[in-house]
Design a protein around this ligand. Structure first.
Ligand SMILES: Cc1cc2nc3c(=O)[nH]c(=O)nc-3n(C[C@H](O)[C@H](O)[C@H](O)COP(=O)(O)O)c2cc1C
Length: 200
């Protein structure tokens, strides 16, 4: 059975452009894959810890050498990696914060990039997956726009996801959100491109 992992990280919920578009993507994907499974991962509700010393101990030593603290710290990472490994299709909806990704999405990335697990000898292990990112922003960072070069999110996401083997990646720049704080034009402006991505 094919499966979709849908990751959201905006704290603005019903006002969020990225969440509106992610949920449209999920709706269209479900319609195209009636037997498919959808797993929703809301990073705002996941309460991800940052990498700390017990986590590093857990990530860089074999399980039989884990202290109780390291075993506990690495568990969420193992769970998130397993969730990602199980997905055939991935959609990530994220705001742009200060020209890059929100801290909560970076914390997620720190949990899923695992030497010896998702990267072995510098080779990404999560191959054969297709991913789409919806990057919501107040400004316009589309190619040729004056602020294109300020967008640190797209290149970083492409690089780090590629590092773990997710190289088939599309990024939808849901920028220049005219409605500002309420995102009400999101579907009107970007719905078609999101629907197309979900059908691909
Ligand atoms: C803390 C913070 C930082 C932001 N930084 C940027 C930025 O660097 N560039 C930009 O274009 N918009 C920025 N914005 C605007 C958001 O990217 C925009 O409102 C987007 O729609 C947020 O996604 P959401 O609607 O899914 O929450 C920022 C918003 C917040 C709250």
């Amino acid at each position: 059975m094919t499966s979709l992992l849908a990751i959201d990280c905006s704290p603005r919920y019903e006002h969020s452009t990225s969440r509106k578009l992610t949920s449209l993507f999920v709706e269209k994907w479900r319609a195209a894959h009636p037997d498919g499974e959808v797993v929703e991962r809301d990073l705002i509700k996941t309460n991800l810890p940052f990498v700390d010393l017990p986590w590093i101990g857990g990530a860089f030593t074999p399980p039989e050498h884990h202290s109780p603290e390291s075993a506990a710290a690495i568990k969420i990472s193992n769970d998130l990696v397993a969730e990602l490994q199980a997905a055939d299709r991935i959609i990530i909806g994220t705001p742009m914060y200060n020209f890059t990704i929100p801290a909560v999405l970076k914390a997620y990335i720190d949990h899923i990039v695992r030497v010896g697990v998702t990267v072995v000898d510098n080779v990404g292990q999560l191959t054969g997956k297709k991913a789409t990112i919806i990057l919501a922003s107040g400004g316009d960072f589309s190619p040729g726009s004056p602020f294109e070069g300020y967008n640190q999110a797209s290149g970083y996401l492409r690089q780090v996801l590629g590092f773990i083997g997710i190289t088939d990646l599309d990024i939808i720049l849901a920028g220049r959100e005219r409605a500002g704080l309420v995102g009400e034009t999101a579907i009107e402006e970007f719905g078609d491109v999101v629907a197309l991505a979900a059908a691909a």
